[in-house]
Ligand binder design. Sequence first.
Ligand SMILES: C[S@@+](CC[C@H](N)C(=O)[O-])C[C@H]1O[C@@H](n2cnc3c(N)ncnc32)[C@H](O)[C@@H]1O
Length: 257
Amino acid sequence: MQRPFGPSPFKAMSDHPPSSPRPSKLAHGKDVDVGLGVIGLSPEEYPPLPDNVVADPAAGRLDPRRWFRSPERRLEIEIGCGKGTFMLNVARENASTNFLGIEWEGAFYAYTADRVRRAGLTNVRMLHADAVEFLKWRCPDSIIDVIHLYYSDPWPKTKHHKNRVVQDKFLEQARRTLVPGGELRIVTDHDDYWQWMNGFFDRWTSGKDTPGSLVFQRETFRPPPWVGEGQFVATNYEKKMCGDTKTPHAAVLRKPR
Ligand SMILES: C[S@@+](CC[C@H](N)C(=O)[O-])C[C@H]1O[C@@H](n2cnc3c(N)ncnc32)[C@H](O)[C@@H]1O
């Protein structure tokens, strides 16, 4: 399966869940089962974008709340679940909230979906797609309570900075899709990416040159109550790369009520 780089919505959305089960390198060659249609989104639930989507952006919108047994519940999304430890913990600790995990790397998507299925969690669905494209082309206005973005790839080379998740087009879509009062929660250990993010945060909290002069309110990041002492979100990456030695950077951007 191809990684959905590039600006074309058609390329990004040509990405559909793999058939299951299939062997995974992450699972040391064991079969993983994404629970297609139960945990992993099936092609029927996530059809290709319609041909007229560029002329009519609303034509591609889906309602992700309908993918859950109890669609009336709060909806939180995690962008880039990696091996899925945060998703498992947050979903277990908040059983009456729905969680959508979006992961574009096939092996990580399958690994996390398999863990969620084996854990028997009924409040998690997994989508194999580019989360930035998902927000732009698929997600209706004002339906997400929290967007979690933890240890997003820093793309350290200058020529690759355009691939960073945090930039205007993402912040615009995050603000549009969050409910009033909803939060974008961000943690990174990468100093240069943090500096880059702060340039965007400054503009998006002052409204300077943002579309429609829209703003977020910036707040202090408070770790969820279930993480250990000194941890921020206790993801696989955080435990491996920060351990007890490095303190990551973190912020909350809240959409005003
Ligand atoms: C450095 S890893 C961190 C994984 C996990 N959040 C953690 O802290 O352990 C970044 C993850 O985000 C995924 N990712 C990056 N950009 C993405 C995007 N636009 N949509 C979905 N997943 C993305 C990558 O495939 C990778 O699994």
